[in-house]
Design a binder for this molecule. Structure first.
Ligand code: KG4
Ligand code: ZN
Length: 345
């Protein structure tokens, strides 16, 4: 009989459940129901709607996993995302986890979603890495982080963060301005393939500043002005304009990150072998390729990323981190486990 951890993720608009074998860290079971379509009409996630949908979806997924648990596996613990995220959706995952913890008589493990993303490159990989850099680019975060010891989140050092919008959010907002739907990232990436990235000469954010920080509100505003200008000339935005604008935005957004990573590496005394890109935006092939070739050529650093299907929110990254917390016996009491909408680590 295999020992497993059940993991639960509901920090935003994905309802997800996984089973991870403790010894091999092999994913045994994985389900994710994305609510993208439902939120698409609103151009972003509506917490109230997300909350209602999680309640509908969870019982179906739980039913599936309990059938599996009856036969072949020995459940040892339940890992659940408790921070950061939307309060009304986090709480639902935690309630489900509590109920399962009582009925199976197993302990709870509280998991930080951001650390979960950092573990997403190690789903199905027993060996972890230490002393590397992570670029966390999601709908909520843009951060460059130094990971000294991946087993201890207290050793994580945030080198730079976003001063305003996150990278994922800015993709979403640009898509919204162009009426393209939600989430904007994959849509902009696809349109950019047919666009001229040099048509709009947007300036790279914070390029004159020596600070390691990220900002997308200025770039987003430049995009808005370009759209307004075009609308004043032509009543409708033509396809080529949209593709060129998408490509130019994506290019400058990426150049901004490259400049900041370069600035950090040039002044850092540390040597790094690896940089991982994680979070929803890490699914973007243009960004992956641009960052990885830059880092290889200029700093001989190897870029790693999660499998495409594990870039966005999922329960397996929560389970992978859960396995390490389980080994360290980092359990949470039933009446003490709590959600937090914001967190660094
Ligand atoms: O990590 P994630 O699934 O959820 C959060 O924890 O925030 O990230 C979602 C974000 C959205 O903003 C979405 O537009 C962006 O990731 N995203 C992308 C791509 N796929 C998803 N951004 C750029 N290119 C993509 N291919
Ligand atoms: Zn996420």
């Amino acid at each position: 009989v295999k020992n497993v951890i059940l993991s639960i993720e509901s920090s935003c608009d994905d309802t997800s459940i996984g089973l991870t074998e403790i010894e091999t860290v092999r994913p045994i079971f994985y389900r994710k129901v994305s609510q993208e379509l439902e939120h698409s009409a609103y151009g972003g996630v509506v917490p109230e709607l997300a909350s209602r949908l999680h309640i509908e979806i969870f019982p179906k997924l739980i039913k599936e996993v309990t059938i599996l648990l009856k036969n072949d596996f020995n459940l040892k613990a339940i890992a659940v995302t408790t921070e950061p995220g939307l309060s009304v959706t986090l709480i639902e995952g935690v309630v489900v986890a509590k109920a399962l913890s009582i009925s199976y008589g197993v302990p709870l493990i509280s998991v930080n979603h951001l650390v979960g993303h950092i573990y997403s490159t190690f789903i199905d990989e027993v060996e972890l890495k230490n002393n590397f850099l992570t670029l966390l680019v999601s709908g909520g975060h843009t951060q460059l982080i130094k990971i000294e010891n991946i087993l201890y989140k207290d050793s994580f050092k945030v080198i730079g963060s976003s001063l305003d919008d996150s990278l994922g959010e800015s993709f979403d907002k640009v898509a919204k301005m162009l009426n393209l739907g939600y989430p904007g990232g994959p849509i902009i990436e696809k349109l950019a393939l047919n666009g001229n990235e040099n048509r709009f000469n947007f300036s790279v954010p914070l390029s004159q500043s020596s600070k390691i920080a990220f900002s997308y509100s200025g770039l987003k505003n430049s995009v808005r002005l370009a759209i307004e200008k075009e609308k004043s000339l032509n009543s409708t935005l033509n396809e080529q304009f949209i593709c060129d604008l998408s490509a130019s935005f994506q290019k400058v957004a990426t150049d901004h990150i490259l400049q900041k990573i370069k600035k950090y590496l040039k002044n850092s005394h540390n040597k790094f072998e690896y940089l991982s890109i994680v979070g929803g935006v890490s699914a973007n092939k243009y960004i992956r390729e641009k960052i990885s070739s830059f880092l290889k050529n200029k700093f001989n650093i190897t870029t790693i990323y999660p499998k495409i299907e594990y870039c966005s929110d999922n329960a397996l990254m929560i389970g992978r981190y859960g396995v390490e917390l389980y080994k360290q016996k980092k359990f949470s009491e039933l009446n003490e486990i709590n959600i937090k909408t914001k967190s660094i680590f």
